[in-house]
Write a protein that binds this ligand. Sequence first.
Ligand code: GLA
Length: 542
Amino acid sequence: MKHFVFVPILFFGVAVGSAAQAQRSQTPMMGWSSWNTFRVNISESLIKETADSMVAKGLKAAGYANVNIDDGYFGGRDGNERLISHPKKFPNGMKAVADYIHSRGLKAGIYSEAGNNTCGSMYDNDAFGLGVGFFGHEEQDVQTFFDEWDYDYIKVDFCGADRLRLDEKTQYTRIWNAIQSSAKAKAGGEIRFNICRWAFPGTWVTKVGGSWRISADIRNSFSGNQGGLLGVRDIFEQNLYLAAYASPGRFNDMDMMQVGRGMTDDEEKSHFGLWCIMSSPLMVGCDLRTIPRSTLDIITNSEVIALNQDTLGLQAQVISRSGHCIVVAKPVETRRGAVRAVALFNGEDAPKTLRITFKDVQLGGKVKVRDLWAKTDVGLFDGYYETLVPAHGAAMLRLEGESAFDKRCYQGEDAFMNAYTAIVDGYSGARAEEASDAAASGGYIMSRLGGSPENWAEFRDVYVSQGGKYIFKLHYYSPESRSLLVIVNGTEHRMANLTSGGGGSQAEASIEVELRQGSNVIRLANPTGMAPDVDMFEIKPL
Ligand code: GLA
């Protein structure tokens, strides 16, 4: 009798779970957003013409599916506190706009604020943006956006919330819970959620958002910080050690792209190529009605887009770094295969010869190199491939080795650091930091680990093709005697008396661990005291 009750329920549960899963978009969003070019000067006709252009110019066919309305459409609230659209800019209401976008086979995105007043009300004199944010209206506004107006995506900003000193985790989680209670979500409709807090807000975001901004606003420039706005290179560099927080359906957002707005072709290629390989959402921010042909060619390159839309959902990691020349790479196509995507980025002001060494991406034998901009095979190479990259340019490559071997070396700065936040107030979690010692591999280390039970760091995919006993060799910095717990698939090993001495010199220590065939999770922790700074660890079969 028990069986009869139990089995069907279990079966039903599994079926529902996988149906919900199948509905979620697993790859970064591709589309257009109004902010970069138009700020609050948007209108119904602009949005409709943009949707038309998206189809007519081949962008829809290339995968760009979203037309996102940013700040500037607000018209205040009516007598029942319901949001209304701007009477002149959107005279037919926001539902009519979403319907039009949908009629072109595209998805519609909208914008709001986690607090009360919008960013536009503060920085663009948009008086209609006062009091239109989510705070205190979470359920009501969710119904408006999704059940009445039928939008598919929302970006939620934090200017008003910042002034109200709202806690970001609490408020964004409240909004996300409200979104899930909408009729649209309950009926199985997909609503994608972007958190715009202008910095990696903390690991809670990886469970709440579909994407989250990791930086201040992008400016229309290749590099440099001006008035708090950041260039393309600066945002890329800010995202270099955040790969561990990305996963299918959940991505670090490097902001709306500035392609098509006057950068050189080489700069636009870098900008687009890096956004692709880092698995950032790809939101075009120029006027699509007048987008230059050269920009269209760059942003519709199917082989570069494929790195972004790769179903593994990985973000590239740093392979080597020297000044603003940065090589990043990631596996694509199959998780344990011999294919890698590589960007050789030259962020310097003069041409440079940049190199990818195949063993650094675990490829063996002869390696087939394909130039993705040119969509041509360059040839078969032994050991490494190098090429001259123009100033501000990026070579985008696909490598296919004869074989692949297990990764043996894990960088501290690449870990999932559980208590990490880039919002610095009262901050105590572990983070990637530039090393003061030139001997640190990659120039970066993991610092400020330990001191509390939640301040741990994890390497979630230590993959070995053969299970068994391994030497775990730690490369660390510790000015005094510190200890570290190394927790391998739940089994604790304690490394005590770790001292590298003063003067910032590095030391090594080894223990024996058991790894199982396949993927292993290695957690580093010290719940009661400071852990050493971690440059990297190696694993070697015994
Ligand atoms: C903030 C966001 C931008 C944009 C504006 C709108 O600055 O970070 O992306 O949405 O607000 O006012």
